[in-house]
Design a protein around this ligand. Structure first.
Ligand code: ZN
Length: 244
């Protein structure tokens, strides 16, 4: 028998050890500050150039793009490197799973990526690094270089839909996997949270690693409350060795 396909749904809690706070969860920073939430809400962003200028400034000043992967990201990359088929479905936009060494094709970014930008008119993509260099050089709201359209971070803003292709792939992975690990997520935001239910309905072993209770705890085969930085590496090592 081959190694079981492991799906890992990772939320904000996986990146807090890397110094990235929970911005967009139900109790996240943006939800608690309506003014800040406007900067990442599609309607305001598109409708108000001042919101866009503030949004770019916020991105330039935040150190999020310079964050380093932590023990949890490394443990996931090591699981994959050990030959276990792994797919990561992440609610994070920080790219830290890939930075830890996980190949791009193994990561489904439900909320997009903070490392990229996209034109809202012609949909051409570019790098955030390049966009921030334009801010640094004095442009306050840099337009698309191809068509002059409004440029935005390649993250899914409030009021925007998840990419249906990415979501479809995430559902397929959740149905196919044999082990589904939900880690660092409160499982309160749909449709991401529902993936845990999809996996369980299709016979996967459901493991939840989160400090706080989640609505899916009763459905889980195992619930781990210990800190992610130690609990996840131990759990994935056991999976690798076939002990789970
Ligand atoms: Zn364009």
């Amino acid at each position: 028998m081959g190694k079981p396909l492991v799906a890992i749904l990772s939320g904000a809690g996986v990146s807090t050890d890397s110094g990235i706070p929970d911005y967009r969860g139900p109790n996240g920073l943006w939800r608690r500050d309506p003014d800040a939430e406007k900067l990442v809400t599609y309607e305001y962003y598109m409708g108000d150039p001042e919101i866009r200028r503030r949004s770019w400034r916020m991105r330039r000043e935040s150190g999020a793009l310079r964050a380093r992967p932590n023990a949890a990201h490394r443990a996931v990359a090591e699981l994959e490197a050990a030959g276990v088929p792994v797919r990561v479905i992440t609610q994070n936009v920080d790219g830290l799973h890939q930075r830890a060494g996980l190949p791009d094709r193994k990561v489904l970014e439900l909320h997009g990526t903070a490392h990229g930008v996209v034109c809202t008119r012609c949909h051409v993509r570019g790098s955030m690094e390049e966009a921030l260099a334009r801010i640094e050089a004095g442009e306050e709201d840099p337009p698309c270089r191809e068509c002059g359209g409004v440029l935005k971070p390649a993250t899914v803003m409030f009021g925007e839909r998840l990419d249906p292709v990415v979501l479809g792939d995430a559902v397929a992975v959740s149905k196919a996997c044999e082990v589904f690990v939900a880690v660092g997520t409160s499982l309160q935001v749909q449709p991401a949270a529902g993936l845990a239910g999809v996996a369980a309905d299709h016979g996967a072993r459901l493991i939840i690693v989160n400090a706080e209770p989640t609505p899916y705890d009763e459905l889980a085969d195992e619930v781990v409350r210990e800190p992610i930085g130690t609990a996840l590496p131990r759990l994935l090592r056991d999976l690798r060795e076939g002990a789970v």
